[in-house]
Design a binder for this molecule. Structure first.
Ligand SMILES: Cc1cc2nc3c(=O)[nH]c(=O)nc-3n(C[C@H](O)[C@H](O)[C@H](O)COP(=O)(O)O)c2cc1C
Length: 265
């Protein structure tokens, strides 16, 4: 696991070797912010959020969500599928290292490592990560963007990587699971999988921004979607203000970024 940009190792943090690594510098009076056990992390914030990036288009949504969560100091458990690294390269122009990705770059805040300190990275192959267990408390999980592949796995109860396993755990623990699927057009299997996932308790928030808030920029469209996810997670934000039909405004000059609408339409 990697926190922020600091190497954390990749195995189970509860193994004795890790405890020793933690205790030795502690006994010497040395602060070890990068080798802390999870019990400390959980004390800090017992209800972190799992954020998983999979290989669908839509990485700007993921980046914006991570920015907001970091700004709020929320503990984020991040996992990224192998295909997502390919899409990140295409859409964000970043060639990230799967073992130790540059989280500052991913979030878009190079040179500000302290701002991504609340992110804990878990490799997608790390099936013994704490988020693979229901006993690890979280407030839920967002898969953003969610590929049709991962959607199919989640809808059908597969758990062959950490993202799928964490989603399965989130459902079995009756926690909030938000899927942000993106594909077009969708085939009948995709549609059936969305229905299956919804029936199993997931919330589907497809990457389908609206236009009634009169977006001026791509960022406005991204914020529209991220606002929906934050609303669903009951995390306060000021990305958009509640919708009110405009009566006196000139057509095409409606509310702008920070003043638009997020009503459930
Ligand atoms: C640049 C790029 C864009 C892609 N966009 C999508 C997409 O929008 N939706 C989707 O379902 N799959 C998309 N794919 C295909 C998935 O990445 C592929 O099915 C992969 O197996 C998903 O694996 P994952 O679910 O483990 O991330 C894209 C792939 C690439 C390389």
């Amino acid at each position: 696991m990697v926190r922020g940009n600091s190497r954390q190792g990749t195995g189970n943090p509860f193994i004795p070797v890790r405890c020793l690594l933690f205790l030795i510098p502690l006994s010497l009076g040395i602060d070890t912010p990068c080798i802390r056990p999870y019990s400390d992390v959980m004390k800090e914030n017992p209800e972190g959020l799992i954020v998983a990036l999979t290989g669908a288009s839509g990485m700007p949504y993921a980046r914006r969500l991570l920015q907001i969560l970091c700004e709020k100091g929320m503990q984020v458990h991040l996992s990224i599928s192998e295909a997502a690294f390919l899409v990140i390269r295409e859409e964000l122009g970043l060639g990230l290292d799967i073992e130790n990705p540059d989280l500052e770059a991913l979030v878009g805040w190079q040179g500000h490592s302290h701002r991504v300190r609340s992110i804990w990275y878990h490799r997608v192959t790390q099936l013994d990560a704490p988020i693979a267990s229901g006993s690890f408390p979280t407030r839920g999980m967002v898969i953003i963007p969610c590929s049709m592949n991962t959607l199919g796995a989640v809808a059908n109860g597969l758990a062959s990587n950490l993202i799928q396993r964490a989603a399965s755990v989130t459902l079995k623990e009756n926690r909030r699971l938000i899927l942000v699927p993106r594909e077009t057009p969708m085939n009948a299997i995709n549609l059936e999988n969305m229905l299956k996932a919804a029936r199993a308790g997931a919330q589907l928030i497809p990457a389908m921004p609206g236009f009634y808030h009169h977006p001026k920029t791509v960022e406005d469209l991204v914020d529209f979607m991220v606002a929906r996810m934050l609303d669903s997670l009951q995390i306060g934000h000021d990305l958009l203000v509640p919708y009110e039909p405009h009566t006196n405004e000139v057509r095409g000059e409606g509310p702008i970024r920070g003043q638009g609408s997020s009503r459930n339409l």
